[in-house]
Design a binder for this molecule. Structure first.
Ligand SMILES: *Cc1c(COP(=O)(O)O)cnc(C)c1O
Length: 419
């Protein structure tokens, strides 16, 4: 008998309890957010997933990208979002923890799962390999290469029976102009990457090179430069490399960020690929944000107004983490049960529900001037790094989930040009 019970800190959200009653048993079509708010009058955050938006983004990305598309599960692991991605044709999943691996395997027995975190625990490597059929592992150090080799060989189903693993060497990139840089934490430098490719080649079934341009990377040229650098590493190694994984980082639209359209990124990737002159090389990508950002929103309720600040029932320890320290701005709209007087727009900041003074979001968030206590606000573009960042801090752990038919609150128009 186990003395310690494993407990998820914050589990997946449950569908809103009164939803079935509210919709009627025979209702087939998904509801609209505004109708949901009228019916449910939610006093706790209501997470709204837009399956059609997510499926559409997955289809568009897959159609534009000349290779396999792996969805980065950390960005939004809600089963409703994952099902929408599957609907949109996604069959490959980039996982970083054994819980993500287990979740994807449970939902989709036929999915291809790739373990793309450069630093993994030994039991996670072994469980992924033995129990969940994971074959691809990323690494950026000799320590991790040794770990992966030892765990696979020590398992009852070692490389001899199961074939050899796919090994992916992650390289670090110079600054790319991404909002969130990931190369400070992960990625081998040039010489190490060359040595790792050479050392991994005899152990690997397929050998890959990978990078991540950083999250919300607004500059398509970042991929041109990264692909060229990865190509130089491959040439310097002198070994045959099968796959180049161009990572995630593809941007989404926010009120103060209108990135170039996806096609601009794909054009740079295709041109850089052609310049490599390695036609055998397969391309992979690991988008997260670009597939799901528009597919999620959270409806919050105003509990108090103090001048230009609104005290709302979700905050930086909930789905609005990026609105805090990173000062992301999100699109907002007022949802009011009664009649709206058509007040002019004004700029507001938010305080979250916890007692922590860091639980503040400066925005500005644009709402009608007469917004006040009891009103609901829908905060959009939260399908990426929203719901998944919730904590149970201070007891504000309740929230519900609905799937809705609304469109995204913002779309990329491509008017923004990086300087
Ligand atoms: C977070 C992450 C991604 C997804 O990044 P986005 O910016 O959401 O596209 C892809 N790959 C790896 C290894 C990551 O850590």
């Amino acid at each position: 008998m186990s003395l310690i019970e494993n407990r998820a800190a914050v589990g997946p959200l449950h569908r809103h309890v009164s939803l079935r009653a509210a919709l009627g048993a025979d209702q087939q079509a998904l509801p609209m957010v505004a109708d949901m708010v009228k019916t449910l009058r939610p006093s706790e955050p209501l997470h709204c997933i837009r399956p059609a938006v997510i499926s559409g983004a997955a289809q568009a990305f897959s159609a534009a990208f000349n290779g396999d598309v792996l969805y980065a599960v950390k960005c939004n692991p809600e089963p409703a979002a994952l099902r929408a991605l599957w609907e949109g044709g996604i069959r490959h999943f980039d996982c970083a923890s054994i819980s993500e691996v287990t979740l994807v395997r449970r939902l989709f027995p036929g999915a291809a799962i790739h373990f793309m975190h450069p630093v993994k625990s030994r039991p996670a490597i072994r469980e992924a390999w033995v129990l969940h059929g994971v074959r691809d592992f990323v690494l950026d150090s000799f320590g991790e290469l040794e770990k992966i080799g030892q765990e696979i060989n020590a398992s009852d189903t070692g490389a001899a029976e199961m074939g050899r693993p796919g090994l992916f060497i992650r390289i670090a990139l110079p600054e790319t102009g991404a909002v969130i840089n990931l190369s400070k934490k992960f990625g081998a430098d040039f010489e190490t990457a060359v040595a790792l490719l050479q050392a991994a080649r005899p152990l690997a079934g397929r050998l890959g090179i990978a990078f991540h341009a950083g999250s919300q990377c607004l500059d398509p040229l970042a991929w041109r430069d990264a692909i060229a650098l990865a190509g130089e590493v491959i040439r310097a190694s002198g070994v045959h490399v099968d796959v180049m994984d161009v990572g995630g980082g593809f941007p989404a639209a926010y009120p103060d960020m209108d990135p170039p359209p996806l096609g601009a990124f794909m054009a740079e990737i295709d041109a850089a690929y052609d310049r490599l002159e390695m036609p055998w090389l397969k391309l992979w990508a690991e988008p997260g944000r670009a597939l799901v950002a528009g597919g999620g929103s959270v409806v919050v309720q105003v509990q108090l107004r103090r001048d230009g600040m609104l005290y709302i029932n979700d905050g930086v320890y909930g789905a609005l983490a990026d609105a805090g320290a990173l000062n992301f701005r999100f699109p907002t709209r007022l949802l009011r049960a009664g009649h709206s007087a058509g007040a002019p727009d004004a700029a507001f900041g938010f305080f979250g529900p916890s007692c922590d003074s860091l639980d503040v979001m400066e925005g500005p968030f644009i709402l009608p001037d007469d917004v006040g206590e009891g009103d609901w606000i829908e905060i959009g573009q939260l399908g990426a790094y929203g719901t998944c960042l919730r904590t149970a801090f201070n007891g504000f752990d309740r929230a519900a989930l609905v799937e809705v038919a609304d469109r995204a609150m913002l779309e990329v128009t491509g008017e923004f040009q990086p300087v």
